[in-house]
Design a binder for this molecule. Structure first.
Ligand code: FES
Length: 558
């Protein structure tokens, strides 16, 4: 099964479980209104989750999430991980044991024995009959929520909007379980009072038919059977890991780093795995997927005994013009002793290289826009520096608001040039439409600014914009305090070239046909050209749009 499919299946299952948890919390929170409100909310909750589809989705998600978690635990080359990742793993692994008691006492008892697990009965059990079970259940639910929140953070942290949204998400992450807990307490107190009413508990018992002694023993057997099976599965995974490690240790290989420092790793590990296992800082911007070349090493001994590079590795090495004794550490699995020298100094701490930190970047299909003021340097020469700063700031405000208004991110303001990224969180189709809409709005706003400053300007401001879409590496790059989100790669290079081409064609806009394809916009009315791009094989097919106002765009979908 491909890693992408595994990731998608885990994500889908996690979403179902998160939805279940959120709805469960909201149902608990109704206890702040009354016990009756909790019971009414539960009716809707069960209508969803005890329907055939809800049951299939919920238990299918539990199974998929659990089995894949065990599989990934087996697959991990090393159990070294960040504290948060360790916490997520740890909580995930103890959750089945924590939740089993509640699930068996409610869902299984309802399903097998026809017991009604309405809130009144469960709260009576947790608050009056066996309060320790209530504490246990609160711990279980808090663990599930923490596990889900860490997973959500790991999933979302690459999104450009995440740093802005994080405080709000954290607020929700704290408020939701707090409201649920408060509802649980309020409901529990109401039930405690009701239980003092003569006859109330007997009536409830008659109505809900809790399991009798025989049935309770059967439920206990089910719970213990489940726990035994889960523990056995966990032990099998750990034993398989241990067996694999032993087998590999007997067939280990030595990797010599400068220093010299020698690391012994099982055959099958990559050189990058070896660096990580030994805590040796090693650059790996693409996370070890053979797409960036930052992990490359100079092999000073044992080159001839290394397995030949794959076609993909050869392509990457050729692209950076690497010498014959250079290999990608993340793609090379030595079978004999080798001596290597990492060629790029890592800019991150070793701990961070165990996870895909935001600073390492990730690949995404995005739209990139470059814009430049035409002839501004000449226009600025006779002006006072402060006047130039004033005009430039007004210009940046005009184009910046056009970009962000269309959903883009202004990335760089250099001189009188602007670079902007689109589609980081919406994908290339929406991003391409947004980039084209931004380009048109930028031209309109610059024209409006020109009219406003006409008395101060020797000639109207003119802007040239190039737009292209495709794959790029997006990440927070920089140093020290100066980290900012940007993109690098061929797509960025081409977009910059298209902006320069606006001068050659005396046009406001030059856009690639790729972006027209992504955006599903018909640009056939505009003249097409084949454009050569320096240091790039082949030509880029572009459309030249003399006046951006002539651009007809579909209505935005967001
Ligand atoms: S880490 Fe990117 S190519 Fe090896």
């Amino acid at each position: 099964m491909s890693p992408t499919l595994i990731r998608q299946m885990r994500l889908g299952a996690a979403f179902v479980l998160l939805t279940y948890l959120i709805l469960h919390f909201l149902n608990h929170a109704l206890g702040l209104v009354s016990l009756a409100a909790m019971e009414a909310g539960r009716w809707w909750f069960l209508a969803l989750w005890r329907s055939a589809i809800g049951t299939l989705a919920l238990y299918g998600a539990i199974l998929v999430h659990g089995v894949l978690a065990l599989w990934l635990l087996y697959q991990r080359p090393s159990l070294r991980m960040s504290v948060w990742e360790a916490m997520q793993y740890g909580l995930g692994l103890v959750l089945p044991a924590l939740l089993a008691i509640h699930v068996v006492a409610t869902r299984v008892a309802w399903w097998q024995m026809g017991s009604d697990d309405r809130y009144a009965r469960v709260l009576l059990s947790y608050w009056v009959v066996a309060p320790e079970r209530g504490i246990w259940q609160a711990i279980a639910v808090a663990s599930a929520w923490t596990h889900a929140c860490i997973g959500l953070h790991y999933w979302l942290r690459f999104r450009p909007w995440y740093p802005r949204a994080a405080p709000w998400l954290l607020t929700i992450a704290l408020l939701l379980p707090s409201a649920a807990l408060a509802g649980f307490v309020a409901g529990g107190r109401e039930v405690t009072l009701l239980a003092r009413t003569p006859g109330w508990t007997e009536t409830l018992t008659r109505q809900t038919r809790p399991p009798d002694a025989t049935e309770a023993a059967a439920l206990l057997r089910i719970r213990l059977g489940f726990l035994d099976a889960y523990l056995a599965a966990l032990l099998v995974v750990l034993a398989a890991r241990g067996g694999r490690a032993l087998w590999r240790r007997r067939r280990s290989v030595r990797i010599v780093y400068p220093g010299p420092r020698v690391v012994s790793v099982p055959i099958g590990f990559t050189i990058l795995d070896a660096s990580r296992a030994a805590g040796i800082p090693h650059a790996s911007v693409c996370g070890g997927r053979g797409r960036c070349s930052t992990c490359r090493v100079h092999v000073t001994r044992g080159l001839g005994e290394l397995p030949a590079p794959s076609a993909a590795e050869r392509r990457v090495l050729a692209r950076v013009g690497a010498a014959g004794d250079v290999r990608l550490a993340c793609q090379t699995r030595p079978t004999h002793e080798v001596a290597v020298v990492p060629l790029l100094a890592p800019s991150i701490e070793p701990e961070a290289s165990f996870s895909a930190d935001v600073r390492q970047g990730h690949e995404a299909e995005i739209a990139v826009l470059f814009a430049d003021l035409r002839g501004f340097t000449r226009m600025a020469e006779p002006k006072l520096p402060y006047d130039v700063v004033f005009v430039l700031n007004r210009y940046f405000e005009a184009v910046g608001t056009a970009i962000t208004g269309a959903g883009g991110i202004t990335n760089q303001f250099t001189g009188d040039g602007v670079m902007a990224l689109f589609g980081l969180d919406t994908g290339p189709a929406e991003g391409s439409r947004a980039a084209l809409a931004a380009a048109r709005a930028m031209v309109e706003r610059v024209a409006a600014l020109s009219a406003e400053l006409a008395a101060d300007l020797p000639a109207p401001l003119r802007i040239g914009i190039g737009v292209h879409a495709g794959p790029a590496v997006v990440g927070r790059m920089g140093w020290g305090e100066s980290f900012y989100l940007t993109a690098v790669g061929d797509t960025v290079h081409v977009a910059a070239r298209l902006e320069q081409a606006t001068k050659d064609y005396a046009a406001e806009l030059v856009v690639s046909e790729a972006i027209a394809g992504y955006a599903q916009v018909d640009l056939s009315a505009f003249p097409g050209h084949e454009l050569a791009v320096r240091n790039r094989a082949g030509h880029v097919r572009v459309r030249v749009i003399p006046r951006a106002a002539a651009l007809r765009l579909p209505a935005p979908t967001r």
